[in-house]
Write a protein that binds this ligand. Structure first.
Ligand code: SAH
Length: 225
């Protein structure tokens, strides 16, 4: 009995139960997330597999959690909100993500768009994220180890770009890699002062919408082995 309990605790069973997950979906809905495809993707994605086992029992709280290397898995609300903003004008074919991290946002996106191109600068995080996506049989994702400030020019243009770390300025390369009508969702600022922005490539130039204050880890420079 004792051993069974230990085992259950270790695997986070109970705390990762269907009911706990439903509570998170309900909460996101109440906070204004209305895209049912987004809510469905979050419902069916086991977030506890994207964090350390020791934190699995907190995986369905609406909060960012540490994933090592000074990085965090994004808060579910932010994942939902950014995905919803990307999809607001209709379905998307090619989406580039900057900041793979745990691969959680990647996994959500892969269920919502045709193809995901995900760039991460920290090799060990990327390797772990890759394994998780294979394990979940999410196969429409390709990964690049590199610097997100440069995007992934060889495969551009993209209909959507999502950045999951805060940039001091909007990277020019990302604007250049947006298809006509393409949408870029990105936190901009530094330290305590960060705003989520939606930038759309119009026929002439870009339109910008500021969507409110957010809190992200910084978009750094250069790849890291
Ligand atoms: N969406 C991820 C969030 C991870 S945190 C998740 O939910 O797990 C932000 C990630 O951006 C980190 O993994 C960090 O290493 C990465 N990052 C920071 N600067 C980067 C850059 N210049 N290029 C690519 N990735 C970067």
């Amino acid at each position: 009995m004792r051993r069974e309990q230990d085992d259950m605790l270790r695997r986070g069973i109970g705390m990762t139960s269907q009911r706990t997950r439903e509570r998170l979906i309900q909460r996101l809905y109440e906070e204004g997330i209305s895209n049912t495809r987004v809510l469905e993707a979050i419902r069916s994605t086991p977030r506890h597999l994207f964090v350390d086992e020791a934190l699995a029992h907190r995986a369905y709280e609406d909060t960012a959690l540490p994933i090592g290397n000074n990085q965090t898995i994004s808060q579910p609300y932010m994942v939902a909100r950014m995905s919803e903003l990307l999809l607001e004008a209709g379905p998307l074919d090619k989406v580039m993500e900057i900041g793979t991290g745990s691969g959680y946002q990647t996994a959500i996106l892969s269920q919502l768009v045709e193809r995901v191109f995900s760039v991460e600068r920290i090799k060990v995080l990327q390797d772990r994220a890759k394994e998780r996506l294979v394990e979940l049989n999410l196969r429409n994702v390709v990964f690049r180890w590199g610097d997100g400030w440069e995007g992934w020019p060889a495969l551009a243009p993209y209909n959507g770009i999502i950045v999951t770390a805060v940039a001091t300025d909007v990277p020019q390369a990302l604007l250049d890699q947006l298809a006509p009508g393409g949408r870029l969702v990105i936190p901009v600022g530094s330290g305590e002062v960060q705003q989520l922005m939606l930038i759309i490539r119009e026929e002439q130039g870009f339109s910008r919408r500021v969507l409110g204050a957010v809190r992200f880890v910084p978009l750094l420079n250069g790849p890291l082995a």
